[in-house]
Every structure is written in structure tokens, then in C-alpha cells.
Design a protein around this ligand. Structure first.
Ligand code: AMP
Length: 387
């Protein structure tokens, strides 16, 4: 995020319910059935954030970030909440990282956001497929919606009750349904790409040509609509075959109408969000070796006096920058050594009655068992050297 000039934004874990209801759209799954909404003691309806774009835009407007010339390229990371049936890759509290570029309509910004996301996944050695589509804008989408509505009316008897309801309020949501009956009823449905206005088509082509220029592989998926209503023009999603049925790693798109919808000045924007648990699932499947937090030093103390010394020395060595562990339970030497081995300590320091009397500790390199005696005074510098 630093390399691309994005600054971090942190917003509260909950917002007024209206922030999400208005921003994401009443007919979406998130607002319709997945929000954790509560009434607070003052009678206000508040909601645990299910996503971050709406809070970021709320903050952007509230703090006049646009007018003040403050950073308008923002990234975030944190917990999100959705009331869903928990299953692999789908949790009620999960984490997302994401970024938003506010104030630019240039298709370069769409391509840049996609490039950033692709680069994050590339650095984590994640292989995934990028799907892109254009969902049009307020000029061309109403025309398409009407055509789609007419098509859906023709297959109405095959649709699920949810889709039947949405057919009139938000017909594009029907294309996003996971219900097999809805899916088969809509295989021949008209697609947005055939109805794009000239400006949207030009924007979409520009994004695609920038992606080609950057050698970013993608496929155009005319059925991709994404689960949030605020998208305009570009919509995209990264999917991974390592994820099973919940195959979306992350996604995003352009949302040129959202700032205005929240009462701000008309401001174009584009953003992306990735699930973090899903990233970890793919990394684990790929056999990624997560770094271990093994201690530099494990101090083994054999009696009360040396335990007291060990405690003080551990704090001192940690202050000096070493990762130090020790036993708090008064266990035997053998048990402490076993623990040091289990933690994969690089070295152990052993002190007992004799060492306390001589003010020297035994330092043992765990890799090959090599032992040396080191005076208490020189302990820190000896332990700071390469093992
Ligand atoms: P969305 O905000 O719905 O576009 O979701 C963006 C990404 O967040 C998805 O691609 C997932 O990786 C992740 N995500 C969404 N909902 C959940 C959930 N319930 N549990 C875990 N990850 C999720």
C-alpha cells in the first residue's frame, strides 16, 4: 500500500445502520439478511460493519477529506461481521483488507487497483483467476434492467421466492443468486455488456487494455455482478480453485455514485476488498511455511535463586532486543529442556547453584549441542552474536 501511495484509515467497528442500508442497497443479501444490527440504549439502530467501503465514504464526507486535499487513496484492514451460516471460508466474524481510490474517474485507477490486488496475491504466491465485467452506469443500466426484468418474467415460474421478489426491485441480483434453479433459469438471460452506453464501453475497453499492457491475465465474465449495489462500470473478482464453493478471494469495482448518495459532492471512486481467512486457506493448501516465533534464548533455571536471576535476566535480554522464554512453573531441568526443544529455541542458557556462585552460565547451541561457559557480564553480547 505504501508503494502505491495509500494511507491507512481506521473507522469504528459499528456505524449507524443507515450507513450500510443506504450504501450497500436494501435488496442485497448483506442488508437483507446478514447485518448484525442492534438498538443501543439511546434507541439508535447500530450495525457491526459488514464491509468497509460505506464507512470509508461516510468518514470521507464527514471529515471533508475531499475539500481539505487530504489523502484520497486509502487502505484498511480489520474485522467485518455478517450473519451467515458458518462454513469453510464463510464466518460470522472475518477479516478483510482493502483499498479505495476516491476522486478519480480515470480507467487507469481501475487498472491500478486491480494491479495492486494482483501484486498482493502474487507476493503471497497465490495463483488465482481475475474476472472482470462492466455493470454499466445510471444511463445504460436502467435500460438493461428493464430488458432483464422482461426476460425474468418469462421464466418466473422457475425462480426461487427470493429471486421472484427481486425480479422487480433489483433484477440484477437474480443473476448473482447461488440457487441452482435460478442459475439454470438465467443461463440465457441478456447480459449487461450488450447494453453498455458508449462512455461505459469506452471506459471498460480502456481498463482492459491497461490490464493487457500490465500483463495481468483476466477473463471477461458477463455474468459477474457482485453482491453490493453501489458498483458502476468496472466490477471484478479474484477467484481460486483452492477455495471450493466459496471461491472468491476478493473483489471490487467502481462506485461513482456512492459519495453523492451519501450526501457528498458527485465524486467517482474505485476500490477492492479481500477476505483474509480465504487468503490463509489458499496459502495453507499451497504448503506455505508460516514463520515460527521461536525464541532466541530459553533460560533454564534449576533452583529458587537461579530462577530469580533468570526472571531478571530474561527481562533485561528482552529489553536488549532478544526473544526470550523461560519456565514459570518450577519444572525439572529435563522438562524445561523439552519445552525449549518444542519451542525450537536457538540457544538455552542453563543456571543452577554452581553457576550462580561462579557468576557464569552454560550456553548451549541447540542445533549441534555445543556448550560454552559465559560470564553473566558477557552474556548479552555472547547471545547477540550469530549462533
Ligand atoms: P464482499 O465484500 O462481499 O465483496 O467480500 C469480499 C471478500 O471478503 C470475499 O471475496 C471473501 O474473501 C471475503 N468474505 C466475505 N464474506 C465472508 C465471510 N462471511 N467469511 C469469510 N470471508 C468473507
Amino acid at each position: 500500500m505504501d508503494l502505491y501511495g495509500y494511507g491507512e484509515i481506521r473507522t469504528p467497528i459499528f456505524e449507524d445502520t443507515a450507513v450500510f442500508a443506504r450504501g450497500i442497497g436494501e435488496e442485497t443479501d448483506i442488508v437483507g439478511k446478514e447485518m448484525y444490527s442492534f438498538t443501543d440504549k439511546g434507541g439508535a439502530s447500530i450495525t457491526l460493519r459488514p464491509e468497509m467501503t460505506a464507512p470509508v465514504i461516510r468518514a470521507y464526507i464527514q471529515h471533508g477529506m475531499g475539500e481539505q486535499g487530504l489523502l484520497d487513496k486509502l487502505w484498511y484492514m480489520g474485522p467485518m461481521f455478517r450473519q451467515e451460516r458458518p462454513q469453510a471460508g464463510r464466518y460470522r466474524q472475518f477479516h478483510q483488507f482493502g483499498f479505495e481510490c476516491i476522486g478519480q474517474s480515470n480507467p487507469d485507477c481501475d487498472a491500478e487497483i486491480i494491479a495492486m490486488a494482483a501484486e498482493v496475491y502474487r507476493r503471497l504466491d497465490i495463483t488465482c483467476t481475475l474476472k472482470v465485467n462492466s455493470v454499466g452506469d445510471s444511463l445504460c443500466r436502467p435500460v438493461y434492467r428493464q430488458v432483464l426484468r422482461e426476460y425474468l418474467a418469462g421464466v418466473a415460474e422457475q425462480l426461487s421466492p427470493d429471486s421472484l421478489r427481486r425480479m422487480n426491485t433489483n433484477p440484477m441480483r437474480v443473476l448473482d443468486s447461488k440457487d441452482p434453479a435460478d442459475r439454470s433459469a438465467t443461463t440465457a438471460a441478456p447480459v449487461m455488456s450488450d447494453f453498455l452506453c458508449d462512455a461505459c464501453r469506452e471506459h471498460f475497453n480502456a481498463v482492459l487494455s491497461k490490464l493487457r499492457m500490465l500483463d495481468i491475465d483476466f477473463c471477461v465474465d458477463p455474468t459477474l455482478v457482485r453482491g453490493l449495489d453501489y458498483y458502476t462500470r468496472t466490477a471484478f473478482e479474484f477467484v481460486s480453485t483452492d477455495l471450493g464453493s466459496q471461491d472468491a478471494l476478493g473483489g471490487g469495482g467502481r462506485y461513482d455514485g456512492l459519495v453523492e448518495q451519501f450526501g457528498g459532492k458527485s465524486t467517482p471512486a474505485v476500490g477492492f476488498a479481500s477476505g483474509m481467512e480465504r487468503v490463509l486457506i489458499v496459502m495453507e493448501k499451497n504448503g506455505y511455511a508460516f514463520p515460527e516465533m521461536s525464541p532466541d534464548v530459553y533460560i533454564i533455571a534449576l533452583d529458587a535463586e537461579s530462577r530469580s536471576w533468570a526472571f531478571k535476566t530474561a527481562i533485561m535480554l528482552r529489553t536488549a532486543g532478544l526473544r526470550v522464554e523461560l519456565d514459570y512453573a518450577g519444572r525439572s531441568m529435563k522438562a524445561q529442556l523439552r519445552e525449549a526443544n518444542r519451542m525450537k529455541a536457538v540457544r538455552v542458557v542453563i543456571v543452577g547453584e554452581k553457576e550462580m556462585a561462579e557468576e557464569k552460565a552454560i550456553v548451549k547451541r541447540m542445533e549441534d549441542g555445543m556448550q560454552t561457559e559465559v560470564s553473566f557480564e558477557e552474556l548479552h553480547s555472547a547471545l547477540s552474536r550469530q549462533p
